[in-house]
Structure formats: C-alpha cells, structure tokens
Design a protein around this ligand. Structure first.
Ligand code: ATP
Ligand code: MG
Length: 740
C-alpha cells in the first residue's frame, strides 16, 4: 500500500482509496489529478483485487496513455498493467469494434479515415457536385453533427427544406456512403458505432468493473454516452478534470458534462485538490489573475507548494522575425547561464495556431537548436512517409479508396486523371470499391465507358501486382516484423530512393531518412502494442471476431498512426537535447520547466475567428500553467502579414502589470538556485555557472544583433551580468540586490 500513497497529500490519498462508486476529482492544473488517477488504478489492481482485463482507463492522447503505462509499471510491477485497457476513447472503441463490430455489421478489417482522408472524400464530392461550401467547413460541420450523436438517418428526418440544408444533407449522405464503400470509419464513427454496439450488446462490457477517465472536461456528448455504456455493468467510474481547462468546445466538448454526470449518478462524490505542485508562485499568481477575469466561474484559490520564483516575462518585439530571434536568444542564454540546470528538453514553445511555428522553426534551425513538433504537421503526414503508409493502408485494407487514390499514380505509372475519373465513375455506378474495379479493369472485365490506354492498363497491372504481393507476404511474415518488412518491400519495389532523388533534388536525403525512420518506428510501435494491447477477455455469450497474425499487427500499427497526434521523438538520447514546439491544445496535461507563449495579441489569442472568448482565455490559462519555473510571453508590435500594429491580448492588458516584467531574468546563482529547487534538481556548481558565462562571452557579438537596439526595454545587459564577479556574492544574495 505504501508505494501508491507515498508522497500523496491527504486529499489525493482520499481520492485514491475512495470507496465511492462514482467519483469526480475536480481540481486546478498541476494539482496532481493525473497522478492521483494513475495511483488509483494501481490501487484498484493491487489492493481491491480488480483484474486488469476488467479495468478501462481513458487518457486524452496516445502519448499520455504510454506515460501512464510506464508509471503503472513502476507502481504495480509484474505485467499487471500490460493487460489493462488503457488508451484514448478512440483507441478503446477501435478495440471493441475490431472484436465485436461484426455484431452490428462492421467488417473487422475496417480502416480508419484520418482527417486528411475525410477531407479528400469531401473534395472529391465537391468536384462531382460542384457545391459552394468550403470543403473544410463541410467536414467540420459533419463532424460536429456526428459528435452530437446525429447520424445521417436523423439528419435525413429532420432536414429542413431550405436548399442549403438539403445540399448539406446530400453531402453528408454521400460522405457516409463513400466511407462505407471504402470500408472506413472516421474518428467520429469509432465513437458513434461503439455506442451503437454497446447499446445493442451490453454483454460486451459485462466484465468491466471500473472505468477511469482523465481530462473529463473535454468530453463530448458521444463520449458521455460511452462512459455510461462502458461502465454499465458495475457503475464504478472515476473521472478527473478541471472546468477551467476546457478548451475543446470548438470540437463539441461539453463543459456541462461534469454537472450532467452528477445529475445522472445522484451519489456522485466530489473531491477537490488544492495544492499546486507544478509551478512557482509567480507563475501561478499570474495564471490565476487571468482566469479570474471570467467572473462567472466559481472562485477558487490554489496554494502553491513552491517558492516565489522569477516573475513571468511579457515582451514586445518589433516584428515576428525579431520575436522568433529573441526567443532563440533567450533559449541560448538560459541554457548556458544556468550551468546545465535548464536543458533544451526542459523548454517548450506553445502556440495558439500551428502556422506560427514557421518563423520559429527557421530561427531555431539557423541557431542549430534541435526541436520536435507536436500537434502541428505530423511526421506521418510528410509526403514521403504518407506515400509509403498509403501503400501499407492499401495492402491492409484495399477497399480504402482514399489510400488507393493517393497512390494510384504515385510514383507516376502513366495512369492519367481521365483514367482515374473513369475508374471512379465505374466504381460509383457499380457501388463497388475502387479496388474491385481496378482488379476487374486489369482483367478487362470492368464495365468502362472508355477503354483504358495500353500504358494505363500496364500501370494498373504493376500496381495490382505490388499490392497483391504485399498481401501474400503478410501471410508469411513474422507478425511482429510485418509492418517494418512491408515498408522495406514497398520501398524496394517502388525504387523509392531513386524516385525521391529525382523528385526532390534538394532534400531527398532527409526524406529518405524519414522513410528509414518510419520503418524503425514500425518495429518499436509494433513490439510495444503487441504486448500492451491484449485481446479483449472473452465474455459469456458474445462471439469475438479473431483476426490474428501479421494482418492484425499491421492494422494495429496503422490505427496507431491514424490516432496519434504527435511526431514520436526519435531515439531517447537525441530527444533529450530537443526543445518542444506544440500547439496549446496538444500540450494539455503536460508540463515543462520553461514555457514560451508567442503571439499574445488580439486576433491571435483570443483568436479572431473564435466564438467563445472565455474558451480562449482558458486556452491561455492552460498554456501558462504548463510552466514550472519560467514563463515567457511575447508579441510583435508589427505583424508582418498585415503590416498592422498589434494590440496586446485583452487577457494580459489590465490589472496584472505587477505580475509581469519585460525582460528575461538575470541568471545569477540565487535565481538558478530557486529554479533548481522548483524543479527538484541539484543546483549547479559555481564553476559550471562561470563556464556558462565564459561561453556566452565568447559569442557575445551574436547577441547584439538579436537584442533590439532601439528604445524598447532591453533584456538585462549581458556585459553587466558577466562582469560581475560571482565570488563577491554573499550567501543567498541575488545578483540583482548585489548590483544595487
Ligand atoms: P493538469 O490539470 O495540467 O493535467 P494535473 O492536476 O493532472 O495537471 P499532474 O500532472 O498529475 O497534475 O501533477 C503535476 C505535477 O505535480 C507532476 O509533476 C506531479 O508529479 C507533481 N505532483 C502531484 N502531486 C504531488 C505530490 N503530492 N507531491 C509532489 N509532487 C506532486
Ligand atoms: Mg493531468
């Protein structure tokens, strides 16, 4: 027992060991909600005798699931945690649909349409139907409808008679048809169809003894239904969340779900946590002042467990270029002047909008600072990676027309647009998948209005041969190796290296590296998911579909790809020396010693297109509360895109000046000591601090260009800091004080 409870405070312990059937842990950021949830899982397994197959734990991202599994491994040991159903709502639903989807007519070899696939389908529909709606808007609207549990049947019934509504219903219907003929489920389907499955066959979850959910404030209606259904057998649910961090309203999350849950389960016990273990008081005070601008919310005060720390920084720069350059210079300065106390991997740049990363990426690359991107353009979406994956997707689920269409003539094999259009038409007319028609066409059996040209026919033959060879190999490959070996097979047969060299003379090497990286990842991910994601346990009276062997491993690998939002960091050693760039949305639940939030101006945050200002404020709150020790916010005075002057975000413009300063800290040994304490690290020695100063001194000229030389407030003068003899400092005295 000790090991799970060690280091927890009283309220956390109460939550971990609570006997309540329905438990809500509601608490602000950094108060240990996720830690408590993890400990509760460990406690249920080891002390309440729950068997891991009968416990479901929902996290917000695949990465969070992985981290939780790691922590559990440490807490409960053995292989208890490996049998646990631990993942995102989407991955858990996928598991149920693979095993039991046949009961509601879903073939168990379905593929997953990611957002690009969905958009691709809509774009093709637009070509056919010539509708005026923006494809992205149409996709989002469909997704909104589905997230609220509206299936096309319901839309059909309630459709109003306006031309616009009818047009939308038509797009919706055809979109659903396209998914069906391609044997694809989109993200919303994974949830919706699982709800349908569990409503009709509750026996599938008759074994479930406990359900635990992290980040509950961001669940939508369908996920709320899922919660009820997954836990229907024993009605034992623990959720943790924080209404102040609800940031997915734009994707139909319902902040109301916390209250609805209390109404639906009258005996709900609520536990609040109050201590913050993450951030310095300086960061916490600022964050709290910001969130309290929303006067509608119930006020709660958070206690910080850390020292005051250094004031957060709000800095204006001339333009976005200087903004990026300043951030880079600050990163260099702090990694050197803290004598190794702050490393690159301690630093994150959190963005309101993904496009903001462009200049930052460039500035970091110029400065030779490695970074990894989260939640922006994914590794898996890079062109060369995507091509290989689409081959694998076609081999795995040939009826997936989206994947097939994107590779049908890539690399080029003389299959022109006209041929593709004709094949599509024939598929549509026959209500068959494109793959079926292609196979018929190469045998001369397809009903085509225009005969194929010889070269096109030859091209199709090559394609069919390759896909079939891949499928045949799947039967003989060792399952765990299959995805990796298939990637190598496809790359070889396509002469992919030569293709890249020809196509991308500038950076083919890097692209080829990505392909190799993909095959490495295929090996890791596969091994991991094989041990982690066990078969669902048998439950009485429900027949499971069994797909096994390489086919199953491949389809798990592809599902992982489709459901992951982050580029997996490379090798461990390398990951240590990279800073992180992430959208704020994807940074939820995470923490870093140092956080930069650029572009804090009106129109960026709050975003000009955002409907809900309070949600934008919560977004900034989430960003600020990721920081443990140092928080920087920046904005350019001129936005180069519009040449208009930017106005400081309303969330930062009044009443909080005393919580902020305009230049980065002087990293004297008092400040570094504080940072070390907050981070629970050993403070660096005088020698390593002095070494940092020397290193900076040698490069000082670089900084003159970067730090604005105009009248705007300057960062602390490097020379003053460096010339000051550290040895003269008295014990505990800060450099600031000493210089006065
Ligand atoms: P968020 O709302 O941002 O998801 P959270 O409430 O889930 O935050 P955690 O991520 O669980 O918070 O914890 C924040 C940090 O505080 C972690 O580094 C965690 O290890 C630490 N922590 C939590 N509880 C304690 C405790 N009792 N003693 C020491 N450290 C703690
Ligand atoms: Mg958390």
């Amino acid at each position: 027992m000790e090991s799970f409870l060690k280091g927890l405070n009283t309220a956390q312990k109460a939550a971990v060991t609570s006997k309540a059937s329905i438990l809500q842990v509601l608490a602000p950021p950094g108060s240990g909600k996720t830690k408590t949830l993890t400990s509760r899982v460990a406690y249920l397994l080891a002390h309440r005798g729950f068997s891991p197959q009968n416990v479901i734990c929902c996290t917000f991202t695949i990465k969070a699931a992985r981290e939780m599994r790691e922590r559990l491994r440490g807490l409960v040991g053995g292989d208890l945690e490996s049998k646990l159903m631990l993942g995102t709502f989407h991955s858990i639903c996928r598991r149920y649909l693979v095993t039991y989807g046949h009961l509601i007519g879903i073939p168990n070899n379905f593929g997953i349409a990611d957002s690009d696939d969905s958009l691709g389908i809509i774009k093709r529909l637009q070509k056919q139907l010539k509708f005026g709606m923006d494809p992205r808007a149409a996709r989002n609207k469909i997704s909104h409808r589905k997230a609220r549990g509206q299936t096309i049947e319901k839309v059909n019934k309630t459709v109003s008679k306006t031309a616009e509504a009818q047009e939308f219903a038509d797009i919706f219907r055809r979109y659903e048809d396209a998914l069906a003929t391609s044997n694809l489920l989109d993200y919303d389907d994974l949830l919706l169809r699982c709800v349908e499955l569990l409503q009709r066959y509750p026996a599938c979850v008759s074994n479930i003894e406990a359900l635990l959910i992290d980040e509950f404030q961001d669940t939508n209606n369908v996920q709320f239904e899922l919660m009820k259904l997954l836990a229907s057998a024993k009605k034992r649910i623990t959720v943790v969340g924080d209404p102040d961090q609800s940031i997915y309203g734009f994707r139909s999350a319902e902040i109301e779900n916390l209250k609805r849950m209390q109404e639906y389960y009258p005996g709900t016990v609520v536990i609040n946590l109050e201590e913050n273990y993450r951030s310095s008081s300086a960061v916490l005070h600022l964050a709290q002042d910001v969130i309290e601008q929303d006067t509608e919310r119930p006020s709660k005060r958070l206690k910080s467990t850390h020292c005051y720390g250094t004031l957060p920084v709000l800095r204006r720069l001339h333009n976005p270029h200087e903004e990026a350059a300043w951030i880079v210079s600050e990163i260099k300065r702090m990694t050197k002047l803290t004598g190794g106390c702050i490393e690159r991997s301690d630093i994150a740049i959190l963005l309101r909008s993904a496009f903001l990363s462009l200049l930052l990426e460039k500035a970091l690359a110029n400065a030779g600072i490695p970074y990894k991107m989260v939640g922006g353009r994914r590794f898996f979406d890079r062109v060369e990676v995507r091509i290989i994956l689409d081959y694998l997707r076609t081999i795995s689920h040939p009826d997936n027309s989206s994947a097939l269409l994107s590779i049908i003539n890539t690399p080029a094999r003389k299959i022109g647009d006209a041929t593709v259009a004709e094949l599509n038409r024939a598929a549509e007319a026959a209500k068959m998948s494109l793959w079926t028609i292609v196979q018929q066409a190469v045998k001369g059996e397809a009903k085509l209005e225009k005969k194929l040209t010889k070269p096109a026919e030859q091209g199709l033959k090559e394609l069919v041969t390759l896909i079939k060879r891949g499928q045949a190999k799947l039967k003989v490959f060792e399952p765990a190796q299959a995805p990796g070996q298939l990637i190598e097979l496809v790359a070889k047969e396509l002469h992919f290296l030569e293709y890249l060299k020809k196509q991308y003379q500038e950076d083919w090497e890097e692209r080829w590296e990505n392909v190799k990286e993909l095959s490495l990842q295929a090996r890791d991910v596969t091994l991991e998911s094989l041990t982690a994601e066990d078969q669902l346990p048998e439950v009485d009276g429900v027949k499971q579909a069994k797909i096994q062997g390489a086919q199953e491993v491949l389809s798990r690998f592809l599902a992982n790809v489709a459901l992951s939002t982050e580029i997996e960091s490379g090798e461990e050693g390398e990951a240590k020396s990279r800073i992180t760039i992430s959208t704020i949305h994807s940074a939820k639940g995470l923490e870093w010693p140092v956080v930069f939030v650029p572009a804090v101006y009106e129109g960026s945050i709050p975003h000009s297109r955002a409907e809900d200002t309070n949600e934008e404020r919560r977004l900034l709150y989430v960003a600020m509360t990721r920081a443990k020790a140092l928080l920087y916010m920046t904005l350019p005075v001129m936005q180069s895109r519009s040449e208009s002057e930017s106005i400081l975000s309303q969330f930062l413009s009044s009443g909080i000046e005393h919580r902020l300063k305009d230049a980065g800290p002087i990293f004297d040994d008092k400040v570094v000591q504080d940072i070390a304490t907050i981070l629970g690290r050993l403070a660096p020695s005088q020698e390593s601090l002095a070494k940092g100063v020397t290193m900076l001194e040698e490069n000082e000229s670089q900084y003159d260009d970067i730090w604005p030389l105009d009248g705007s407030p300057r960062a602390p003068s490097l020379t003053t800091v460096m010339e000051f003899p550290f040895s003269m400092l008295q014990q505990g005295q800060s450099l600031n004080d000493a210089m006065k």
